[in-house]
Design a protein around this ligand. Structure first.
Ligand code: GLC
Length: 712
């Protein structure tokens, strides 16, 4: 700490504010404002941090300016959105979440950290842990799905993967957990809109993933753009200072989102930049990303007595401390390995990318046409996503090489060597031109089977991409209907950043797969599943609606006084659409056939300080080896507060050869059944709980037992 105090003593006000300033280098444009050249600002100590700059040489050049040409030589902290891969691109958030495997979640973050550090980065703006239950919101594509327990476990795994065991290591980067919080609950699914949720939902759903990530050692947090009930997160004293730093003891750095401090004026809580800067600083926001609000607003805020020099020093200390923990003072150039200009992803990286991509694919329906057998000699591959290399990376593709991803067409050709592949896009993703449909139909007529590659463009999900009607865009439905009317076996691949409303396609196609955005090895992974090289094991991390009118839709709803009953008029349902989803959370088919049986819970009576053991047998009754995911849900049917119809508490795996079985065992401390009581304090209430075990949130398919919690 001596070094930091000495620096603080030596720093001018401008240099202190410079350490709170983060400016983009425009290698990627991720916000509404782009910056000019940072050279002079770095030399003068006005820019102490950067984002959207990567590559060993450019980073070294910028770092040298700071370390060797500025007055105090304080190294730069440089961050980037390595959301699901840096150079090697992995499946997008909800797809990777659907693997339900903490080990793989950590492995992909570890590889991303190595590649990000090779690119000279010391900070990544990931993991994104926004629980999302509204597919109109395009940023569902970045996150962990709808469930807070999954989001929490994924957050822990990602923090460990990014930060490694030593933050100062040359292949470690600091994780910036984002966006804090409840961003996924924006009004009407419209990005950046206001959020108005109950304190209870905040504590039950949106805070837990950030608590888990902070307890795992996350070094940075990014507040969300939104307000919650009128208090913008960037100025949220109660949640940033009192809860995050006070209750959780978070000592890391809070970095604002892009221009978010200045946008406090738009929110209507600051009259000018000085007030906006003061609000954010007082709430504990250390870094001003691309608003220049601290640079332009803090000197005046100081003069007007809105902040004190101590307030500024507190934030500067945290930033310098993080740079020290990252080893930047000891060796500012320790990160950065030059790569050849035409470098491509290597075999080891591709192998991991392919494994993860295969496991992320969800087989939604299969009327017996998959896997593709040797009888297929001519296959028509139709649709605008068949040969869409860039889109395979998804919306946040890091520094992924544009030429790297394997297209679906390339994957099918490589995966079906003896089959003639007839390719025709038919229509574009969003265009109105249908003149290509006849050619596509001609290919289909001459084929034994049709694979339809449909969906969104990658830039139709991610930030600022809300869709009021998340259907197949453009004229794709016309292509789909025309192909289906031919009566050929049709397999549909749906590439998207969110569930799309595809009820008709699901009803008529012979098989449908959710292929999300799978990254560098997309085409090979898809072919691996279609040919049976990989028995599909992906599951849905989000509920898939029939219609957008059902949204927000998620499994962990509270029961209502009149739970839905199609046979009873006066119950919670629609006149025009079933109240059930098209596919429930956890849904996903295999080429095998698994059965769960012999559910055991012990003890059947347990103290509130005890541990519950739940065991279930998984039997592979099919003819192929495969992987089944088992979910443990709990329900508290009578409590001081109405509790959700079920809540996920554990997930596990069974990997089984044909005709074999194994027991999956869960250990659940009763303390994890705590919930915010009437006074919002965590409480574990004695009483009988339902234990629900199954392979999805479809209540009709769950094995049930009970356990009774006695007093302490
Ligand atoms: C964007 C995003 C955030 C990202 C940041 C830097 O606006 O909201 O997720 O990390 O800016 O690119």
């Amino acid at each position: 700490m001596r070094r930091i105090e000495n620096l603080l003593t030596a720093m001018t006000l401008e240099e202190k504010i410079g350490q709170l300033n983060m400016i983009t280098a425009n290698y990627a444009v991720t916000g509404p404002i782009v910056a000019g050249d940072a050279t002079e600002g770095i030399r003068a100590g006005r820019i102490g941090n950067m984002l959207n700059l990567w590559g060993a040489e450019p980073v070294r050049a910028a770092q040298r300016l700071a370390v060797e040409e500025s007055r105090l030589g304080i190294p730069l902290l440089i961050g980037f959105d390595t959301v699901h891969g840096q150079r090697t691109i992995f499946p997008i958030g909800p797809a990777e979440a659907g693997i339900f495997d903490e080990e793989i979640w950590e492995r992909t973050a570890r590889m991303a950290a190595i590649e990000a550090a090779e690119d000279g980065l010391s900070m990544v703006f990931a993991p994104m842990l926004d629980v999302a239950r509204d597919p109109r919101w395009g940023r569902m594509a970045e996150g962990p799905g709808e469930d807070p327990y999954v989001a929490s476990r994924m957050g822990v795994a990602k923090v460990r993967g990014f930060q490694g065991s030593d933050l100062a290591a040359a292949d470690s980067v600091v994780a910036t957990v984002k966006h804090f919080c409840a961003y996924g609950a924006v009004t009407a699914g419209r990005d950046y809109a206001s959020v108005d949720i109950s304190e209870r939902t905040l504590r039950e759903v949106y805070l837990p993933p950030f608590e888990a990530a902070v307890k795992a050692g996350a070094g940075a947090i990014m507040p969300a753009f939104n307000d919650i009930a009128g208090v913008p997160m960037t100025a949220h004293v109660r949640l940033l200072r009192d809860w995050l730093r006070g209750e959780l003891g978070f000592e890391g750095v809070i970095v604002s989102d892009y221009n978010a401090i200045a946008e406090l004026i738009n929110h209507g809580v600051a009259g000018d930049l000085a007030e906006a800067a003061a609000l954010a600083l007082k709430a504990g926001v250390d870094l001003d990303m691309m608003a220049n609000a601290y640079t332009r607003g803090l000197p005046e805020a100081l003069e007007r007595g809105l902040v004190t020099m101590d307030d500024i020093d507190v934030c500067v200390r945290r930033v310098l401390r993080l740079k020290e923990r990252l080893g930047l003072f000891d060796d500012p150039y320790c990160r950065g390995v030059p790569v050849a200009p035409n470098a491509r992803t290597g075999p080891a990286q591709r192998a991991l990318a392919r494994e993860v991509a295969r496991r992320a694919i969800v087989l939604l329906t299969n009327k017996g046409v998959l896997p593709i057998t040797g009888k297929v000699q001519r296959l028509a591959l139709l649709g605008p996503l068949a040969d869409a290399r860039g889109d395979m990376r998804g919306p946040w593709f890091g520094a992924g090489y544009e030429q790297d991803p394997v297209t679906i067409l390339e994957g099918m050709i490589a995966g079906l060597p003896g089959v003639q592949i007839l390719h025709a896009p038919g229509v574009s993703i969003t265009g109105e031109d249908v003149s290509g449909i006849p050619q596509a139909l001609e290919a289909a007529r001459s084929a034994d089977m049709v694979v339809l590659a449909v969906g969104e463009a990658a830039n139709m999900s991610g930030e600022a991409t809300s869709r009021a009607d998340p259907c197949l865009p453009g004229r794709q439905n016309e292509l789909v209907d025309a192909v289906l009317n031919l009566g050929k076996p049709v397999i549909a691949l749906v590439s998207s950043g969110r569930p799309l409303t595809i009820s008709s396609l699901v009803e008529r196609a012979d098989a449908v797969l959710a292929t999300w955005w799978l990254g560098t090895e997309a085409g090979h992974a898809i072919a691996d599943v279609l040919t049976g090289q990989h028995n599909p094991s992906g599951r849905l991390s989000v509920t898939w609606p029939r219609e957008v009118g059902q949204v927000p839709i998620f499994y962990a709803e509270r029961p209502s006084g009149r739970p839905a009953n199609p046979k009873d008029h006066y119950t919670s349902k629609y006149l025009d659409v079933p109240v059930t989803p098209l596919f429930p959370f956890g849904h996903g088919l295999s080429y095998g056939r698994f059965r769960l049986c012999n559910l055991k819970v012990s003890p059947t009576e347990v103290a509130t300080t005890g541990v519950i053991t739940v065991e279930v047998d998984v039997v592979n009754e099919g003819g192929v080896a495969g992987e089944e995911t088992v979910f443990l849900f709990m329900r508290d049917p009578v409590a001081s507060v109405a509790r959700p119809v079920m809540e996920l508490k554990r997930f596990g795996k069974a990997r089984l050869r044909p005709q074999s079985s194994e027991a999956v065992r869960f250990s659940l401390p009763v303390a994890e059944l705590a919930f915010p009581g009437l006074d919002m304090n965590p409480v574990v209430e004695p009483g009988t709980f339902e234990v629900l075990v199954g392979t999805s949130a479809d209540e009709t398919q769950l094995l049930r037992a009970t356990v009774t919690l006695c007093g302490a």
